[in-house]
Design a protein around this ligand. Structure first.
Ligand SMILES: C[S@@+](CC[C@H](N)C(=O)[O-])C[C@H]1O[C@@H](n2cnc3c(N)ncnc32)[C@H](O)[C@@H]1O
Length: 393
């Protein structure tokens, strides 16, 4: 078996959204990583094999984890093709397995990311053809092996994507409505809210229920990758199935869902439940009901159709929400009025609660008419968003 860079150093890279770096570092520490260091839109860390499996299975904040195979100076596509041959690709692939490449190139002689990915693909195909006369196929949708090529200032790194694709795809989203939030962003918002499952959490603009589902996963200690069917680390040459099974069994044993008898009775009785939400749109409510079914104990998430204006209000509750933001939903004036009215609702009917509002557009912050205790820019899914905390006295 060859000796790849991650095997020599035990160092990996986790990618995350801008603004979530500190949350990501804390999470890695809790999951047992060491030597945690910031990088560009991500974090470097060290982990032994067992810890690495635990991290990929349990992380809620990171979108990808990468295991580097080689790193080298790379000034031309010819050299990229030649150096990629130093990897014995049969360590990762057979003729019946599929692969895909994501490539990111910046400030380098090779200028085009897509072209760089193509060169790496050809190098893999050429090595297989030379040895076996045939080559494995590319499958960009659901590959067995997802590779990552990163070239910055002519320094290249070829890595295996340990999750086998973006980790924000948890697997519970069967249905969504307009402008769903990325699951990893929702998880970062919940971590920043410091909600620990002890007091009720409510989302009055719940859409397809991403914040509600992530809150339930956190409270019930459901590993973030619980529903994931494929993991990239299964393709590593030193993959250890026994260790992976132990990690999974141990993490799954910690899932704590209430027994059906202890669940609140009645159709979506928000007042008696820990995690609840509402939305004006009937399709959104339908989407939450479909999505929660995928999660163990998901019926504990209560949801109903309601315009927030008609809600009674909330005492001693953590309100976490993502109101419409005008760009993709409705128009700017309507959004400004809605936020002003929501600000009045919070002031008048939610005393003793704390609100965490994620604005998809930073200029909307001042429309609420309340002074935030803090603001945190959080960019994800093409949104230049901001999270604000409001203590409601
Ligand atoms: C940005 S989306 C929320 C997306 C959600 N975080 C998700 O991940 O799917 C805003 C939601 O506010 C809802 N909405 C708009 N006006 C409302 C109102 N007056 N009362 C309650 N919900 C409203 C919309 O139907 C939409 O689903």
């Amino acid at each position: 078996m060859s000796d790849y860079l991650y095997q020599r150093t035990r160092q990996y890279f986790g990618q995350l959204s801008s603004g979530t770096e500190k949350c990501g570092e804390q999470e890695l520490q809790e999951l047992g990583a060491t030597n945690i260091k910031p990088g560009y839109l991500g974090v470097y860390f060290c982990a032994d094999q067992r810890t690495l499996y635990r991290i990929v299975y349990g992380s809620r904040i990171f979108t990808r984890f990468l295991a580097p195979l080689i790193a080298f100076d790379c000034h031309s596509s010819k050299y990229l093709h030649k150096t990629a041959q130093n990897i014995n690709w049969a360590d990762f692939l057979t003729l019946t397995k599929t692969f895909a490449i994501t490539a990111n190139v910046a400030d380098s002689n090779i200028r085009n990311s897509q072209y760089a990915g193509q060169v790496l693909k050809d190098a893999i195909a050429d090595q297989f053809r030379e040895k076996c006369g045939e080559r494995p196929s590319v499958d960009t949708h659901n590959p067995d092996l997802q590779l990552n090529l990163y070239i910055h200032e002519n320094k290249a790194r070829i890595s295996v994507d340990l999750g086998g694709g973006s980790l924000h795809k948890r697997g519970y989203r069967a249905e969504s409505v307009e402008a769903p939030m990325q699951e990893t962003l929702a998880a970062a918002i919940l971590r920043l809210s410091e909600w620990n499952g002890e007091r009720p959490l409510y989302d009055p603009f719940c859409g397809s229920g991403t914040l509600l589902c992530e809150a339930h996963m956190k409270a019930a200690r459901i590993p973030a990758a619980f529903l994931r069917k494929k993991f990239g680390f299964l393709r590593l040459p030193d993959f250890d199935a026994a260790v992976w099974n132990q990690v999974k069994t141990q993490a799954n044993a910690e899932i704590t869902v209430a027994t059906p008898a202890s669940l609140s009775r009645g159709e979506d009785a928000a007042s008696t439940s820990l995690i609840a939400g509402s939305d004006i749109n009937a399709d959104a409510v339908k989407a939450v009901r479909a999505n929660r079914k995928a999660l163990p104990g998901g019926e504990e998430i209560k949801v109903r159709r309601a315009d927030f204006h008609t809600l009674e209000g909330f005492k001693n509750t953590t309100i976490v929400t993502n109101p419409p933001y005008g760009i993709r939903l409705g128009n700017a004036e309507e959004t400004a009025l809605l936020l002003k009215e929501f600000g009045d609702f919070l002031k008048q009917r939610c005393t003793g609660s704390t609100a965490f509002i994620y604005y998809g557009e930073p200029t909307l912050v001042k429309k609420l008419g309340l002074k935030p205790e803090w603001k945190q820019p959080l960019r994800a899914g093409g949104l230049d968003g901001t999270l604000c905390k409001y203590a409601l006295y």
